[in-house]
Unconditional design. Sequence first.
Lengths: 610, 250
Amino acid sequence: MTTSKPISIQSMLLSRRDLEFVLYELLHVDTLTTRPRYADHTRETFDAAIDVTAKIAEEQFATHNKKIDQNEPTFDGKRVMIIPEVKAALDAYCSAGLMAAAHDYELGGMQLPYVVTQACFAHINAANIATAAYPLLTTANANLINAWGSEEQKATYLPHLLSGRFFGTMCLTETQAGSSLADTRTRAEPQPDGGYRLYGSKMWISAGEHELSENIVHLVLAKIPGSPPGVKGISLFIAPKYLVHPDGSLGERNDISLAGLNHKMGYRGTVNTVLNFGEKGGAIASLVGKPNAGLAYMFHMMNEARIGVGLGAVMLGYTGYLHALDYARKRPQGRPASGKDPLQPQIPIVGHADVRRMLLAQKAYVEGGLALGLYCALLVDEQRTAESQDARREAGLLLDVLTPIAKAWPSQWCLEANSLAIQVHGGYGYSREYNVEQFYRDNRLNPIHEGTNGIQAIDLLGRKVGMEGGAALQVLERAIAHSARQARACPSPELQRFGEQLTAAFARVTEVTQKYQAARDRAYAQTALANAHVFLEMAGHVTVAWIWLRQALVAETRLARVESPDADFYRGKLQACRYFFRWELPKTEHWHRLLNEPDSTCEDMQDEWF
Amino acid sequence: MKVLVPVKRVVDYNVKVRVKADGTGVETANVKMSMNPFDEIALEEAVRLKEAGKATEIIAVSCGVQASQETLRTALAIGADRAVLVQTDAELQPLAVAKLLCAVAKKENPTIVLMGKQAIDDDCNQTGQMFAALMGWAQGTFASKVIVDGDKVSVTREIDGGLETVSLKLPAAITVDLRLNEPRYVTLPNIMKAKKKPLEVLAPDALGVDITPRIATLKVEEPPKRKAGVKVPDAKTLVEKLKNEAKVIQ
């Protein structure tokens, strides 16, 4: 085995070569420039935006990642204290115009396609996921106000959110209402002036209180008295920390107070709060859109939010993989299995097969996850800007069925990559002097928030695969069949075989889906739904196998035309695809058995037996 | 007042360079390239002069391959008003670049030419000085502070013994050092604006400059790997080795 030295940029965040492969060779993102909205763009403007984000990520975000983890925000009863590096990084981010990247030129934006903004943000996520949460939340908040706010609300908040003068939050959860938003208790009392006052308490509110921005714009789910019970009675409100005058200047402080901070395993730099609304007479708030439509407004943005969480998980896995690779190439330990002469110098541990196994698994998870996440991000652009109505509808359907996978798969498997990165480092990886243990702790949040993976599983099997008479799954089936046909037509017998294996694996997903649909409300459906997580894993692995086959087909074509060292890049892609088809995809056969019978071991377990 | 800022496209400072297998130079295929960091500082200073109302126009100029247009676009995004590329695939040595810059300067009549003290690829540290001499202008090199005042510019220079401040009559050439300023990040709206700014492409022939290299490169090789050290039994052996093997004392 020979070790080729890294020849291009030695980024520990993300391989630029891989990013360019995914954007331009796999997804052909540059063709978006034919759409009217992106007509001013070229690949050069996309690259320039990625360049500046990567630079800010390296110089401003990565540099305090460890420090903020070791010095989490504190609250002295009056103010929240955060190390100054966080504000410096966010100021650099905002002044570069990154908060408004996707928005119209008139709003100070760059009108970048969603997929390019995600490629940019990937660097920020890899550099410092905790500090990245502030712009992530603010962007989501601004998008929601832009989509559903009144003209007055937009004028009051949008310019300031996009410039970074105000930051935003999402206040959904309450102590008794986490995954179960139907149990929301925060109350919104209508006022004579047409406004509302909020009373209640919100839990797990990231970025809920700080002095990183002049103001904080809270988007709050609450119930207007007399509204229907459950999720149908939830409305969405804007409640700012400081009231905003029509000229944009700030007025008095709103009745929103910090009850305390939560202390988490990872993401420690993202101040996480318990907020009390209306302790002193009611928090002044304005209704977004119509009453009782709050959850629908939130869910409208759900695909993007969940793809965003998935990509965050990918990037933590990705940077962990690059750290492990770097360590394995530099750390001498032991001698080759073929000759254990103690007089010979030790070899770098990448020379050991078991270390290469762990590195290859990480590569397969994180590069597969990145391609999946960016593909879904491209679907968001397709849904918005594709030329024909049909193409937009198809992209929307694909997105609906792939979103739970794009969120859950990376948060499960790129977390596994982080575990393997620690393993490659051995004892050093378990120590806090190295970076990989933090990546693991940070990433452990991603299977939990933005809809737990259990919720994603029920969403996929219970709703998405059957939606519109199974239309979404059919679109996915056609897309996968297209790649399988390409594989069958390619000269490589191995890729031909992978194409057949993919077709067979997808048929197993369809089989379970059809059985489940046909059996609705009967015993099979109930047990299958109890095993929904296995279905999510199966569908996820099949989807990522598809993504790997597509990457391999590009690599195979390019390999015939390039010289070393770029040839090594394509060989790496082919090897990772091989790994996925030989080591990972076969797992779906077992998962299929559990669903097909279906196995009721977990469902039958009784509380008393534990 | 016009300011001319020469910018060079170089291998990015994060890249670990590798010598080409045939020993003719360093590998640049598939390697990230960016603006010479010292030139970025020069450009930042020019933009600050414009923001302070001292400069009226900033022209970025580069000499080299077509891809240097990307570097010039970055310069335009940072704040240059227009750009000039003297395009050639031929090898360019400092004297040739200095002559090309002279030709451009004679066309453009800038009051100040601000450039990096050296490029991080060949580390020559010659172009600015050669340019000033060819133009017959005053020069202030290794600048850590630049103050324009009427028809003079005061330049604080970083020299071995500390700081030296010189006053130059304009027009003048200034080469900048690391501590002059901290360059800003490009902003997204400015990336779009840069696309619409003019970028002129010239040929060396059209400027009447002979760019033929005067120095021949015989071979490029990696620096020798550091060898493992040895333990010496006593100070006497150490002194002996320093005298006879390392030859660092007499």
